[in-house]
Design a binder for this molecule. Structure first.
Ligand code: SME
Length: 162
């Protein structure tokens, strides 16, 4: 049985950890922090939109992973295209799921949307995989979304290609 992280405490700890404005450093720290503090995960990391409509592998913890991922494919592509969090109880039931790690059974993908001038742009996604089905509930989703907000607020981002 997964133990529920104290997400408000994790938010305070991550905010204190991200002591630079460098997005690459902060993404590396955030992936490591989540992997260390949120249990029952087999992969935690970022994909970054470095070419229009394509997600490139960014800082992560876990097995070497598939890349690049077009917006038309996978759970990550769905999060990028729809700009909404994808909380997948059983990846076997998600058409077009990309299985980088065969152990993955459930997934939570949070879009990272940043302000660029007057626009809100899709910078990338945070992807969490678990070897257990139904690992992520609504409280997990809200807690991880808050961590993404802290990552965004703590970082200066390169211009997202359009
Ligand atoms: N499962 C993801 C691909 C990324 S690996 O999980 C790290 C997807 O379907 O987009």
């Amino acid at each position: 049985m997964a133990t529920r992280p104290d997400y408000p405490m994790l938010a305070r700890q991550l905010d204190a950890t991200l002591d630079t404005r460098d997005w690459l450093t902060n993404a590396s720290q955030t992936a490591a922090f989540i992997n260390m503090t949120v249990d029952n995960l087999n992969w935690a990391g970022f994909y970054v939109q470095r070419l229009p409509g394509t997600l490139h592998l960014g800082p992560f913890q876990g097995q070497p992973a598939c890349h690049p991922i077009p917006f038309s494919k996978g759970v990550c592509g769905a999060a990028a295209t729809q700009r909404t969090t994808q909380r997948i109880a059983d990846v076997y039931e998600f058409p077009g799921h990309i299985a980088c790690d065969a152990a993955s059974r459930s997934e939570l993908v949070v879009p990272v949307i940043v302000t660029q001038g007057e626009q809100e742009v899709l910078w990338g996604v945070l992807d969490l995989d678990s070897p257990s089905p139904e690992r992520f509930d609504a409280e997990d989703q809200a807690g991880i979304e808050r961590l993404v907000e802290i990552f965004i607020a703590s970082s200066d981002f390169d211009t997202v290609p359009d």
